[in-house]
Every structure is written in C-alpha cells, then in structure tokens.
Design a protein around this ligand. Structure first.
Ligand code: TMP
Ligand code: ASP
Length: 236
C-alpha cells in the first residue's frame, strides 16, 4: 500500500491517503497538547506506544464483536485504517470521578460510580469541544437518533471489555474518550485511538496515574507511565 498525500494533521496524528480510496494511513506523533492546544510538549516514544496500544485494543474489541476501523499495523508508528467520516462527537465514558466531572460537580476524584456514565462533547476546537446532549446533536445534524443509540450501545460495550482487560493487568479504567466514524455503507465503527492520551488509567493498588494526566498536571515521569502501560498490556 503506497503512502500518498497528507490529508489532515491533528494534534497527535497525521492522516495520509493511500492508493486505495477506502484506506487511510495514520501516523502517530510524539507531540502532546492539553487544554485545547494551549499547553504543548513532546512525550518521547508516545507515537509508537499509542499506535501499538490502540491497535492492541482495537483487535481485542473486534474479537469481542465491536466493529472498528482497524485494518493493519504497518510500522511502529503507522497503521492502515478504513476511511470513515468521523461523527463530530467525543464520547466519554466514566467509571470513577475525575477530571472535568469532578470539577463541574464539585466532587473529589476517585468516587466509584454504581453504573458507568456517558456524555458527549461537540468536536469543535474553535468552540473548545463544548458538552452537548443528544437532542442538540440531532438538531445540529451531527448524527441521527439511531446513530446515537448505536454509538451509546457500542461505547458501553467497549467499557465492559476494556474494564475487564485493564483489571487483569492491575489497572482501574477511570474514564476514556471514544470517537466513531461512518463507513461509506453507513455502518458505524469505532475509530480514532485508545491510548494513555485518551483514557485515565490508575494503578489498582497504589492509584498512581499512568496516563496523560501526568503531562496535563506536570506530575513528572510521563514517559515512564506510558512505558509502564505498554509493558502491562503487552505482558498479556
Ligand atoms: P475530562 O475529565 O477532562 O473531561 O476527560 C475525560 C476523558 O477524556 C479522559 O480520559 C481524557 C479524555 N480526553 C481526551 O481524550 N481528549 C480531550 O480533549 C479531553 C478533554 C479529554
Ligand atoms: N488533546 C487535547 C488538547 O490539546 C486535550 C487533552 O487531551 O487534555 O486540547
């Protein structure tokens, strides 16, 4: 498969065309940003770790019946994926209070919920990815009611699979962000990435943070946390 023109460059990834119009090539960068790009840095080795971790999770989810955009890992940092049109919603599942949830509702981090929660943000950097509900998303034609119902069911299924997997490597899955895409057939598939950039991972025993919060909050040992997560995942 030939790597062709750059189609899009995001904060953490570049997307290239290939000689097959239904196939894109994703190239993961070491660049890290937070707070809608206000904080910038690099996390050495992150591109390769996020590529490999994402692909591991996508393949695990496929085995459990979740359709994804994943096709094939072609190098340390590069992966072939199905072309989709991204549904412009960030889908966030939470099992334990943290981050913007704790801030918005004035509660401490670390409260284990009786059931997982779901919320959506409108994926729009100019607006700062505002929180949105499903009625507003439908009004704005970001997705149909049927698509939103499908996305919700898939997101909760992803949570069940991932919670169990991460528990088996001594990690509490606190929360995470997913993105979904639409194939040319209209089918909704899981897209984007699943990595320490997009999930909160806490060590089950010590509650040490093993994710991008180390970068966002200047906690130090950022690279160590990413390497630790990769080591645990690939020990399975
Ligand atoms: P939040 O608590 O800041 O809303 O974040 C919830 C989850 O979403 C957390 O696991 C980090 C992830 N996330 C992203 O992947 N991208 C983003 O731009 C933000 C704000 C959060
Ligand atoms: N990547 C996001 C940004 O730059 C935010 C984050 O992950 O905290 O805004």
């Amino acid at each position: 498969m030939e790597k062709k023109e750059l189609l899009y460059e995001g904060k953490a990834k570049k997307v290239f065309a290939t000689d097959d119009k239904e196939v894109l090539l994703v190239d993961y960068k070491d660049d890290a940003t937070a707070f809608n790009g206000l904080k910038k840095g690099t996390i050495a080795g992150k591109g390769s770790i996020n590529n490999r971790v994402t692909n591991y999770m996508m393949q695990l989810l496929e085995k459990e019946g979740v359709k994804t955009h994943f096709i094939k890992e072609i190098s340390d940092r590069e992966t072939l994926v199905k072309r989709v049109s991204i549904v412009p919603l960030e889908v966030i599942i939470r099992n334990i209070s943290a981050g913007s949830f704790a801030k918005r509702y004035g509660v401490e981090e670390g409260i284990v919920f009786a059931e997982p929660t779901i919320e959506f943000s409108y994926k729009n950097d100019d607006l700062g990815d505002p929180l949105i509900n499903s009625y507003h998303a439908i009004a704005l034609k970001l997705a149909t009611r049927e698509e939103i119902e499908k996305i919700k069911a898939m997101a909760f299924k992803v949570n069940e699979v991932m919670k169990k997997f991460f528990a088996s490597v001594g990690v509490d899955l606190v929360d995470f962000k997913l993105e979904f895409g639409k194939l040319s057939t209209g089918e909704i598939v899981l897209a984007d990435e699943i990595s320490p950039d997009t999930c909160r991972f806490w060590d089950s025993k010590t509650h040490e943070k093993l994710d991008k919060d180390r970068f966002r909050r200047d906690l130090g040992n950022v690279e160590d946390a990413y390497n630790e997560m990769m080591g645990r995942i690939f020990s399975k």
